[in-house]
Design a binder for this molecule. Structure first.
Ligand code: PRX
Length: 641
């Protein structure tokens, strides 16, 4: 496969960028030609940011799985689509060729149909990183069911909320999942999530760990039995291997829940046509992927990075995507390097938090590992600090691999600001320049655009790109309020950024009440709600603080009425409560019991002060005269109860 839209020089980038701004419809229309459409579109783009509305390739018909699988079969059927490295390095590697992927995806799509799943139905997927997860996701897309993958680190309660919000009727899960030395009882968690649930009709359970699980008659079926039946159907009943449902470009492809600054997580909705074009275009350009290369993204498919850059982006262009079941530090901290060596990985895409955690193990884990196959390195998920950038460059890339620092979000579907590997200039800790089609602007607190260079502000985007979120599931007004109402006619990212003297962007982090803990997005309000569910908690306030490995840690100030119980034990109970309500990823790193919280006369918590104290910057808490009771600040600083 060749990529006529792959930009090869800085000049070509500048030209493409200019064209994308001058004539977005012409620009994206040209790129979209390189995909397989059942019917061409009538109009490349209709949009406004007031409703908001973004309609890409209206009237176009396609199925994303025909682009990700079928169209590669003739020339690349026997090439690996997915190479799977199991959690335990002693276990068997699985190589899924495009032919095999086609067979399994069609087979599973048939299983979904046999179990009553129809176009537009929501299917929740809660699995570990096994090839069957890819089959499940793509099987949904094949028949036009809307998948909603939930990361394995979320609790039963979080799954329950998502099932309820999406009104999902089907779940695909596994008995358990392996992650390092842990076994996660996925089906048990799903069972807990279903207490009181009235919508779910069927659960398809894949066998991975052989943990004993409860299987309810009429509701729970085994993956293996269903797959076997679907296979015999092909032979006995002459059912043709599941044809792809013809979808409108703007039909929903998936929902992915993500945290915001208020309330419950939102179901970000992406649609078929624009999502496909945008993930493919950005994949090919940012990583400069060449046919035949082995590409390894270490994310989990439960997050947007896994959706866009393990599955859809790479597969849509016929790449070989390596999928890893385990964790970077098991059986030891050399695991990534073993994998790079074992499969001769060419492109490695990971998160700053993983780099920082591996830095802590020194250089011994590199001993005897040949990393010479690497050509491009990437990072995503959070700002990368200078030290981690250089360590990655020196010890992993041996100073000969460009590093792409890719800034984007669940809502953007694909990479928005990043250098293109070896094509556009890079600068440590800077995401640098926008992708063609992306028009970033910085605005001040009054919503005025900050022009020129050497400036900073809140990062907004001026016009739609094909991967922009279309809505938040079931509540379009929430989408408008969250992203399009802060600044009129702009998409507001929630991030702050600076633009240096050459126009390069550096993302400085969230400016709203969203934390980024180990690259995972967590809303402070969500954590507070979970803490407040503990019987002894009166009130709480959560802020982030700098954490050497996680980027940000979670600091919780809690007013506790639990009397004279063992306070340390109570802190553990609160942690357990958060883990139960949201999941282990949201556990506070530090809990401080306090007498009161710094509130203004109107009752608003002054988080700025709490952030300073959490950072240990006790001298610079700033003006506290507007507080209802300024004395609480001294009490908190001194740890007085
Ligand atoms: O704050 C930004 C940070 O991650 C947020 C998006 O999180 P999520 O939707 O979970 O998607 C993560 C994977 C795309 C952003 O608002 N972020 C992401 N990439 C970077 C980043 N911050 C700085 N530099 C990055 N490269």
């Amino acid at each position: 496969m060749s990529y006529p839209y792959q930009l090869k020089t800085f000049e070509e980038y500048k030209e493409a960028y200019q064209k994308s701004v001058d004539d977005p419809e012409g620009f994206w229309g040209d790129i979209a030609q390189h995909f397989y459409w059942r019917q061409p579109w009538n109009k490349v783009l209709n949009w406004n940011f007031t409703e908001p509305k973004a309609e890409w390739f209206a009237g176009g018909k396609l199925n994303i799985t025909e682009n990700c699988i079928d169209r590669h079969l003739e020339t690349m059927g026997e090439q690996p689509a997915i190479i799977w490295e199991p959690n335990n390095p002693e276990d068997r590697v699985r190589v899924v060729t495009y032919n095999r992927l086609h067979k399994r995806v069609c087979q599973f799509a048939q299983v979904l149909k046999n179990n009553g799943v129809k176009k537009g139905d929501r299917v929740c997927i809660y699995m570990g990183m096994v090839p069957e997860l890819a089959y499940a996701v793509l099987g949904c897309a094949r028949i036009g069911a809307i998948h909603s993958v939930v990361f394995g680190g979320f609790s039963a309660q979080s799954i329950a909320n998502r099932l309820e919000d999406a009104q999902a009727q089907y779940i695909v899960t596994a008995d358990g999942a392996y992650r390092g030395d842990k076994v996660i009882p996925l089906k048990d968690v799903v069972d807990d999530a279903l207490i009181g649930n009235k919508t779910v009709k069927k659960i398809i359970v894949y066998t991975r760990t052989r943990l004993p699980v409860s299987m309810l008659k009429g509701r729970d079926v085994w993956w293996e039995d269903e797959m076997e039946y679907a296979e015999t159907q092909v032979e006995k009943e002459g059912v043709v291997s599941c044809p792809a449902e013809v979808m409108d470009a703007e039909d929903p492809l998936f929902i992915l829940y993500t945290s915001g600054s208020t309330g419950k997580p939102k179901g970000v909705v992406h649609t078929c046509g624009g999502y496909m074009v945008y993930t493919a275009y950005t994949f090919v350009n940012v990583f400069q992927y060449q046919p035949g290369q082995i590409y390894f993204c270490t994310a989990d498919i439960g997050w947007i990075t896994g959706h866009s850059y393990i599955l859809y982006g790479p597969l849509s262009v016929g790449a070989t995507s390596l999928m890893f079941e385990g964790v970077p530090t098991w059986p030891d901290a050399g695991r990534f390097w073993d994998i790079v060596d074992k499969f001769k990985v060419n492109i490695l895409y990971t998160a700053p938090t993983a780099i920082r955690s591996l830095m802590g193990f020194g250089l011994q884990p590199f001993d005897g590992k040949d990393l010479s196959s690497l050509k491009v390195l990437g990072t995503v998920g959070e700002p990368i600090n200078e030290e981690a950038w250089h360590w990655y460059d020196e010890h992993v890339g041996k100073k000969r691999c460009p590093i792409v620092d890719t800034w984007w979000q669940t809502e953007t579907a694909g990479i928005m600001i990043s250098n293109l590997a070896g094509v556009t200039p890079s600068k440590p800790t800077f995401a640098t320049l926008p992708l063609p089609g992306v028009q970033p602007v910085l605005v001040d607190e009054n919503g005025n655009e900050v022009e020129g260079n050497n400036v900073s502000g809140n990062l907004c985007i001026k016009a739609p790109w094909p991967g922009i979120l279309r809505t938040t599931y079931g509540d379009h007004e929430r989408c408008r309020l969250n992203y399009f109402s802060t600044y009129p006619n702009l998409y507001f990212t929630g991030d702050g950024a600076l633009r240096d003297e050459t126009g390069f962007y550096r993302i400085t982090g969230r400016v709203d009440d969203v934390l980024n803990v180990s690259g995972h997005r967590i809303g402070t309000a969500e954590v507070e709600n979970a803490i407040n569910m503990h019987a002894g908690v009166v009130e709480s306030a959560v802020v982030g603080y700098p954490h050497t490995i996680k980027g940000q840690g979670i600091y919780a100030y809690v007013i506790f009425s639990g009397g004279s119980h063992d306070l340390e034990l109570s802190k553990k109970d609160i942690t357990a409560t958060v883990s139960r309500i949201i999941g282990p990823i949201a556990k506070p790193d530090k809990i401080q019991f306090v007498k009161g919280l710094p509130k203004t006369r109107s009752g608003k918590i002054m988080r700025r002060i709490l952030r300073k104290i959490a950072e240990g910057d006790l001298q610079n808490v700033g003006d506290i005269t507007t507080l209802l009771d300024p004395a609480v600040v001294e009490d908190i600083k001194n740890g007085r109860l």
